[in-house]
Ligand binder design. Structure first.
Ligand SMILES: [Zn+2]
Ligand SMILES: [Zn+2]
Length: 440
């Protein structure tokens, strides 16, 4: 129906902006609105300039047409909790020493592989919540310069915790011994150029207050790693911007109704990261073949592939899944306590954690929410428009409408009918450049 032409290349400075039109497919624009069928999206340079039904949207002759007929177009997805330094290996205690042993460049290589996997999975923006500072900034900056493929990354660098309160060594985490030090570390990270701050568990209420106040002074948002009711409440009441992991079964029964009410009334966003343990584990028991997804062999350097396969040989015995039996008892209620109450939900996955590959973490998270009753259109909006709002980038990202940056994906199938269509990302456009397209 529409002639497919080759993907556009990055523009040379001074050249006329590239003009492409995505034409023919159904468009979900990121709002909870009915789709536009047989739509056309016109892109000039890195921005969307026109959106509408193809029949009533003329395409000037200087546009390159990308045929999306029979497919679904939607905004690029936003991953609000990922880990580029992890690739799904089963055991942090052996993964990090193995990476270090390969030489000083390996950690950077791992992060680049992860970033590319995310982008090819349709993730055009992502938040990384825990990695050494220098490598975090380097991978982000290389992506922004166009040296390597990856999403628009918001990097926290090292997270902040109390001494003894959370893992520090391999994630580059900073263990503070006082509230004043917590504030000082936030200031140092902000001045070093991080995009967000991660406040890990183990912190006091005063620590959260100091972290939030200092981060906000520098215009940064704080994501808290919180499971326990007290931590969630402390983070909520001290103005921490995003409650991450809350509702992921952890080890606890659901939160008190009062806490949920207070989160809803505050409009405070929650990123549950539901799927990483209590769903990945039974899903892998049902289909262990997923661990040998051919895409992983393609994406990973051979030595990395071999090391990860080796770490997952006896995956049922991994320490990471030590409490999963118990978590599975609470997993549904952990999610529905928020979805049933009108909480502002973003989608994040802890991608990279054991068996939780960047290639599929986000559609798995989406599926959990749909399976537990959240309408697919709402899940897609959480993956896109709401995610952009949580990042504070709603002016540029999260929807397909004129004026926004052209971050758009094309998936095979109708995600409103079957959300796992999001697993079949055929085309990825980031900032007006086609970075993934179907085989000719
Ligand atoms: Zn976390
Ligand atoms: Zn995490």
């Amino acid at each position: 129906m529409f002639a497919a032409r080759p993907a556009t290349q990055p523009r040379l400075s001074g050249a006329a902006p590239a003009k492409i039109a995505l034409v023919g497919g159904m468009l979900l624009d990121g709002y909870e609105a009915p789709p536009i069928h047989h739509a056309a999206v016109l892109i000039e340079g890195d921005r969307i300039v026109k959106v509408g039904p193809a029949a009533s949207t003329p395409i000037p002759p200087d546009y390159t047409i990308v045929d999306t007929s029979g497919r679904t177009m939607l905004p690029g997805m936003i991953e609000l909790h990922g880990h580029l330094i992890l690739l799904g290996h089963g055991n942090y205690a052996t993964w990090f020493p193995w990476v270090a042993k390969q030489g000083p460049g390996m950690l950077g290589t791992v992060m680049e592989v992860a970033a590319k996997q995310l982008l090819m999975a349709g993730v055009t923006s992502a938040v990384d919540l825990g990695a050494p500072l220098r490598e975090s900034l380097a991978v982000r900056d290389r992506i922004n310069k166009g040296d390597i493929p990856g999403p628009r990354m918001s990097m926290s660098g090292p997270w902040i915790t109390r001494q003894g309160g959370g893992m520090t060594d391999q994630f580059g985490g900073i263990a503070v011994t006082s509230t004043a030090q917590a504030a000082a570390e936030v200031e140092k990270l902000a001045k070093a150029g991080v995009d967000v701050i991660k406040a890990h568990s183990g912190l006091t209420r005063d620590d959260y207050q100091a972290i939030a106040d200092t981060a906000h002074k520098f215009g940064l948002r704080v994501h808290a790693h919180v499971y326990a009711e007290t931590d969630v409440r402390n983070a909520l009441e001290t103005g921490i911007d995003v409650l991450s992991h809350a509702g992921s079964a952890g080890t606890a029964p659901p939160y008190s109704p009062q806490l949920i009410t207070d989160i809803v009334n505050a409009g405070r966003p929650v990123v549950i990261t539901a799927a990483h343990r209590a769903w990945i584990y039974p899903d892998t028991a049902a289909f262990p073949e997923r661990l040998q997804d051919p895409q992983l062999r393609k994406d990973f350097p051979p030595a990395v592939y071999a090391e990860i396969q080796d770490s997952l040989k006896n995956w049922r015995a991994l320490g990471y899944f030590g409490r999963t039996d118990r978590e599975m008892i609470f997993r549904d209620k952990g999610v529905t306590q928020f979805t049933d109450s009108g909480t502002v939900l973003g989608m994040g996955t802890d991608s990279g954690t054991p068996m939780n590959f960047h290639t599929e973490a986000l559609w798995r998270e989406a599926k959990v929410h749909v399976d537990l009753g959240m309408p697919a259109i709402k899940v897609i909006s959480a993956l896109t428009r709401v995610g952009a709002t949580i990042l504070g980038k709603q002016r540029d990202l999260g929807t397909v409408e004129p004026g926004k940056l052209a971050d758009i994906i094309v998936v095979n199938g109708n995600p409103l009918y079957d959300i796992t269509a999001l697993a079949h990302v055929e085309t990825v456009v980031k900032g007006g450049t086609v970075v993934k397209s179907p085989r000719p």
